[in-house]
Design a protein around this ligand. Structure first.
Ligand code: F6R
Length: 248
């Protein structure tokens, strides 16, 4: 396993941002686009802040970047403050030079019937760009990656999912109360994630220490979706001291 430990969340985040920047620059030199898989939530915020700094101060350009977000609540509107579109604009996209047409975040206002087609198209778009070059992941306290909750099949692809109670609880503060948190989301699948050429799972803070122990050292089971990552050579775990506290 490739496990990289850092003393602070800050150090861990800067390390991840640097990796992303180097990949973009490397691909640019070869005139190739970089296809990024991006996450929302608290964990990647500092990474995005550093990418913005690199754009503003060290001329990192996102003109050749295509980005696919992992997931989005359903139903929700992109304009809603809790939407991941809103999150991505505020924390990254509004501050860099990525082309709007290269940004993909799952969203559909179609009825349940249309969602299956929408999800299939989302998968096809990723495939059309040759798959994800780099997938950034956070981890839920129940071991979810994207919104692939416990029980998700390892060969799942983009689809409508039910959110677990713990996931909704963790989102409650964003929505004011748990009753306002949607019961569903659209999430790319575990198979979609595991096909990325490089995967970095970033886990920060004491709240993630128990799930990181299970994900790194526990058995590989759909009950802990992140456990599948143990089997993949292209995975790197980036943890701060606190998130690693229960793993040796
Ligand atoms: C977000 C996502 C989720 C989060 C996870 C951790 O796009 O896919 O899997 O990465 O819920 O969230 P934070 O970072 O807020 O602890």
């Amino acid at each position: 396993k490739k496990l990289n430990l850092f003393a602070t969340p800050e150090h861990a985040s800067l390390y991840v941002a640097k990796q992303i920047a180097e990949l973009i620059r490397e691909q640019q030199k070869q005139s190739k686009p970089t296809v990024l898989g991006l996450a929302t939530g608290n964990t990647p915020k500092r990474v995005y802040k550093e990418l913005i700094r690199l754009h503003k101060e060290e001329s990192l350009s996102f003109k050749n970047v295509i980005s696919f977000n992992l997931d989005e609540y359903y139903p929700i509107y992109p304009e809603d403050e809790q939407s991941y579109t809103h999150f991505m604009r505020e924390n990254l996209f509004d501050h860099i030079d990525i082309e709007p047409q290269n940004i993909y975040i799952p969203y559909t206002d179609c009825s349940l019937d249309g969602i299956a087609k929408y999800c299939k198209d989302y998968e096809s778009k990723i495939a059309k760009y040759g798959g994800l070059d780099f997938q950034l992941l956070g981890i839920g306290r129940n071991g979810h990656i994207g919104f692939n909750e416990p029980g998700s099949s390892f060969d799942s692809v983009t689809r409508l999912v039910n959110l677990h109670e713990l996931t909704r609880e963790d989102a409650a503060s964003d929505f004011g109360t748990i009753d306002n948190v949607p019961n569903h989301a659209i999430s790319i699948g575990i198979q979609t994630i595991t096909q990325a050429k490089k995967i970095v799972l970033l886990a920060l803070g004491e709240r993630k220490s128990e799930v990181m122990r299970k994900s790194l050292q526990g058995k590989i089971t759909t009950q802990v979706p992140a456990s599948i990552l143990q089997t993949l050579p292209q995975v790197e775990y980036v943890l701060d001291h606190e998130a690693a506290a229960l793993s040796q």
